[in-house]
Design a protein around this ligand. Structure first.
Ligand SMILES: Nc1ncnc2c1ncn2[C@@H]1O[C@H](COP(=O)(O)OP(=O)(O)O)[C@@H](O)[C@H]1O
Ligand SMILES: [Mg+2]
Length: 601
């Protein structure tokens, strides 16, 4: 479907505003024609016949007043409507993007997505709010002026109209060109946002590798592409006004030549002819504006094509019609013959025939080499992705039969990288639990071992953290994430290498908090640390997407040549928290040896 009518459909709920704007435009157009008409009595009655001026002066005042009133309201109402429509599109676009599945975000970079919201919507905004108003209003001015031309002299009017195709043809030609160039310009802009977003997000790496020049060069390439396409648009657009002016001059010269003969033969008075000329001149501004309308509309069309392209994407993870609320989890979770392949790697399955059953209250450890599919497996439970075949059942219900909100409300996720939003500490803990009271937030923070360091912050719980706020350490971030999960208080818990990025010191505090968090919950824990794994009710060993072993630590170690036994042997399963004690023991031994040496001397 053509993007412009589709864009206009967003305006249909605002019929009253459009009607008001149209009324204002009619007033504007009529006042304009009236002003041209008033020139005739000025010349014939006032200047030539020397009659009274008062009536005409008054009429001119009224006409200008009406024109001003009509102009004001038509601009205000139409442009306001344009802004409103664009706001709705913008909000819809953001919400739609956010509703996309994890696969959508895995495929796309953040910069170009932002660019759709900023640049494409901005382009539509400029075009719509200015152009639609101009289109309607100036067309009415033209109608009024043309009517006046015909009123005075049909033949002369027809003569002037012969210029019309000369005007319209280039406009349509230009419009097409503008549309395709605009497409490229918006793409260049998206590319530029991409390069910038990536460089800013990775500024430390860029600097550490001395790659500022490289990044700047990438940006300049994209920037130059934008410059070139913009130049092309400008070259086309700048050609329009002089072209229109030339045609206007042609029409006026023709009218003068023909009109002088009409006056000489007495068919027109001097006043009538001047009024005719005025109407012709009054047409100039609208034509000049209208000449840009098509080009602007084509720019809007190009930008809205890019917007609708995103709006028309359906998300891969969709809620079934008639999906029900998932009742609170009580019994068990079953992965039944789960096979999964990422869409961009067709034919290659990341998980193959996974069968795992977890009963309420159990803690399952998932181990395996990097790339074995551990993260992929736990991502299927909150439906970040959907299984390719097989089923995941919660209390016997396929998770694709329940609403996403009710499923996700029962799952908390704590991963290696904690995302903190640009908000207060309290706001970050209450993220996902908007109604939480300060008491509840503090209780969660205490349980997460986080209260002490939060209380030591300059403004306590009201300290800003995240993007532009206070910097806090990795272990502190992790404990805020745990407090967040504690407050959400969902029965299911996913811990994806939650402590992998921490040093032994920080890990201890976090580990305590995690233990509190796991209490009375059913948890899936991806871990490398033996202390965590020892406590698991079952260890699921993944290897290249298959479950190769399930059991307890001792059972798995006993399997000759087992994958788990080998992971253990290669020390891919770490004993880090204990290594502190090892280190302490080593230090103590070293000190004792030193003392011994001193004594013997
Ligand atoms: N978004 C993705 N698109 C395509 N392939 C992916 C994606 N995420 C992970 N993979 C691939 O799937 C496999 C398993 O990854 P993952 O589940 O992250 O492993 P683990 O968590 O065990 O280290 C890897 O081969 C990885 O390259
Ligand atoms: Mg992983």
């Amino acid at each position: 479907m053509d993007p412009l009518p589709r864009l206009l459909r967003y305006a249909t709920p605002h019929r009253a505003v459009m009607a008001g704007a149209l009324l204002a435009m009619v007033v504007y157009g009529a006042a304009n024609a009236w002003l041209a008409y008033l020139i005739q009595p000025i010349i014939d009655d006032v200047l030539i016949a020397q009659s009274d001026l008062t009536y005409i002066a008054l009429a001119i005042l009224v006409a200008y007043f009406l024109k001003g009133l009509g102009g004001y309201f038509s601009s205000y109402l139409m442009e306001g409507l344009g802004h409103r429509v664009v706001m709705v599109v913008r909000n819809q676009l953001f919400r739609h993007m956010l509703d996309q599945s994890a696969a959508f975000f895995a495929r796309r970079a953040v910069g170009p997505l932002l660019s759709r919201i900023n640049n494409d919507v901005g382009q539509v905004q400029r075009a719509v709010s200015e152009t639609i108003g101009d289109l309607a209003r100036e067309s009415l001015v033209l109608v009024g002026s043309v009517a006046l031309l015909f009123y005075y002299d049909v033949k002369l009017a027809l003569l002037c109209m012969t210029a019309t195709p000369l005007i319209v043809y280039p406009l349509i030609r230009f419009g097409r060109r503008v549309r395709s160039v605009t497409h490229r310009s918006q793409e260049a802009q998206a590319q530029m946002s991409h390069v910038a977003a990536e460089a800013f997000a990775g500024h430390r790496i860029v600097k550490a590798f001395g790659a500022e020049g490289h990044e700047a060069a990438k940006f300049e390439t994209a920037s130059f592409r934008l410059f070139r396409t913009n130049l092309k648009v400008t070259r086309v657009l700048a050609l329009l006004p002089p072209l229109m002016e030339l045609l206007g001059g042609l029409a006026i010269a023709g009218a003068l030549w023909y009109g002088s003969r009409e006056i000489a033969s007495g068919r027109l008075t001097a006043g009538e002819f001047t009024s005719f000329l005025a109407a012709l001149l009054f047409m100039y501004a609208p034509i000049k504006k209208l000449s840009r309308v098509n080009a602007n509309l084509q720019q809007a069309a190009a930008a809205s094509e890019r917007i609708f392209e995103v709006l028309d994407l359906h998300t891969e993870v969709r809620e079934r019609d008639g999906a029900i609320q998932l009742p609170p989890f009580t019994q068990q979770i079953e992965f039944k013959d789960v096979t999964f392949g990422y869409e961009d790697a067709p034919g290659r399955h990341t998980l193959r025939g996974v069968n795992v059953t977890v009963r309420a209250g159990q803690m399952i450890a998932i181990v395996g080499r990097s790339g074995a599919g551990k993260t992929t497996l736990v991502n299927l439970l909150p439906r970040f992705y959907d299984v390719t075949s097989g089923q995941i059942l919660v209390d016997g219900r396929d998770i694709r039969d329940v609403t996403l909100a009710s499923l996700r409300a029962q799952i908390s996720v704590v991963t290696q990288e904690v995302v903190l939003f640009d908000d207060t500490i309290a706001g970050n803990i209450a993220f996902g639990t908007p109604g939480a009271t300060p008491q509840q937030i503090e209780a969660a923070a205490r349980a997460a071992n986080a209260h002490d360091f939060i209380a030591a912050q300059p403004q306590g719980y009201r300290t800003m953290i995240g993007e532009r706020g206070q910097r806090i350490s990795g272990g502190q971030r992790q404990r805020i994430a745990i407090a967040r999960a504690l407050l959400k208080n969902s029965p299911l818990l996913i811990l994806d290498e939650a402590t992998a990025a921490l040093d032994a010191e920080a890990e201890k505090a976090v580990q305590q908090a995690l233990t509190t968090l796991m209490m009375n919950r059913t948890s899936f824990v991806i871990a490398h640390r033996l202390p965590t794994i020892y406590r698991a009710d079952a260890i699921v060993v993944l290897d290249r997407g298959r479950v190769v072993e399930i059991g307890k630590h001792q059972e798995l170690l006993a399997i000759p040549n087992g994958v788990y036994a080998r992971l253990h042997q290669l020390q891919l399963l770490e004993t880090k928290p204990d290594s502190r004690e090892l280190k302490a023991a080593y230090l103590a031994a070293a000190q004792a040896a030193a003392k011994e040496a001193e004594r013997s001397r």
